[in-house]
Design a binder for this molecule. Structure first.
Ligand code: PLP
Length: 362
């Protein structure tokens, strides 16, 4: 069974832990003696409620989320959060600071313009988003309703290693592509959100972690399903939630726990990324990394090869069983996404393949 699994470097949806898939397969038709699948069960049943609350509790524990935060499950992907955040927290005429580090920050910024006066407090666009702005270069406007950043830039392959201290201004982070890849200090943020489909489970669930006092500042005259408070007041069960996705998310969290929690996951992620970055760094320019070394992402490794060889690389990689290595359609090049569930062996195999390819073609 195991050897039929691809070396999956897809950027999202991406690899899930094999153990989780096998367990889900065993439980698919008769979930723990209920005679039905989890997908066929009422979301109001005690069986589902246990799964739902268990996933929330595990997320709180593993990510060390303080008690003054709510954990919510929404739908609509991280993309809906781009609109929901300003809809809930940005009044007409009010400012919000956006730190621009890539295409996802741009998309978030665009939505905020529909509600208030977002402005860019820092941007590395001029440098083709190769880096994260230096903390000392970021100026905050004390009038801002919030500051928004993207913790990991899936397309450009950069990530924040230290987060800015915004003082009394609420800090909001899109952590879609690196949530739970390493421990972070949640208390620095008023809100964190992430689509589940990279590190947490299948697509269809969006995790929102939001501080209660920030929530109290939200605008109330907005549609029920677009209000965070609806999800808080109903434990994310106001309407039918993506039950199978929440079950899978809970199982992925179980798997992280079994692996030894985030400190162990981080070590593994660092080892995985290192075997690939090392090949780039030792290639004498055959491979060139897109991100500047101090801004490198732990999750998305972006690199280029001389143009005439890039296609060849992708063709040969595909033949050798590697999946998902082409860069995002907007930037081209190559990208290896090494999310939590990608095993070290897959990264080592890619590293070996890259060395062989260079030896053969340079
Ligand atoms: N933000 C980041 C950093 C992402 O990588 C993605 C998806 O790749 C999104 C937002 C959009 O997420 P969704 O497809 O869940 O709307």
């Amino acid at each position: 069974q195991t050897n039929t699994r691809a070396y999956n470097f897809n950027p999202g949806p991406s690899a899930l832990p094999l153990e989780v898939l096998e367990k889900a397969q065993r439980e698919l038709i008769n979930f723990r003696g209920t005679g039905m699948s989890i997908m066929e069960m009422s979301h109001r049943s005690s069986t589902f409620e246990e799964i739902h609350n268990g996933a929330i509790a595990r997320l709180k524990k593993l990510f060390s989320i303080p008690d003054d935060y709510e954990v919510l499950f929404l739908q609509g992907g991280a993309s809906l959060q781009f609109s929901m955040i300003p809809m809930n927290f940005l009044k007409a005429g009010q400012k919000a600071g956006y730190i621009m580090t890539g295409s996802w920050s741009e998309k978030a910024f665009k939505e905020a313009k529909l509600f208030g006066e977002p402005y860019q407090i820092a941007s590395t666009k001029e440098n083709k988003y190769r880096n994260i702005p230096a903390l000392q270069d970021i100026q905050y406007d004390l009038d801002a309703a919030y500051v928004h950043l993207t913790s990991n830039n899936t397309i450009y392959g950069t990530g924040w290693h230290d987060f800015p201290d915004t003082g009394n201004i609420p800090l909001i982070a899109d952590m879609s592509s690196d949530i739970m890849s390493k421990p972070i200090d949640v208390s620095k943020f008023s809100m964190i959100y992430a689509g589940a489909q990279k590190n947490l489970g299948p697509s269809g669930v969006t995790v929102v972690i939001i501080r209660k006092d920030f929530l109290e500042t939200a605008i109330t005259e907005i549609p029920t399903m677009l209000k965070y408070s609806t999800f808080v007041e109903n434990n994310s069960l106001y309407n039918t939630p993506p039950t199978f996705g929440i079950y899978m998310l809970g199982e992925v969290l179980n798997w992280i726990e079994d692996k030894g929690g985030l400190s162990e996951i981080t070590k593994l992620n660092e080892e995985k990324a290192k075997v690939i970055y090392d090949v780039i760094d030792r290639s004498n320019g055959f491979y060139t990394g897109h991100a500047t070394p101090e801004s490198r992402s732990l999750m998305n490794i972006t690199f280029r090869i001389a143009e005439e060889l890039e296609k060849q690389f992708l063709v040969e990689a595909k033949e050798a069983g590697f999946v998902g290595l082409n860069g995002h359609r907007s930037v081209g090049g190559c990208r290896a996404s090494t999310y939590n569930a990608v095993p070290f062996e897959a990264c080592q195999a890619l590293s070996d393949f890259m060395v062989e390819f260079q030896n053969k073609h340079q």
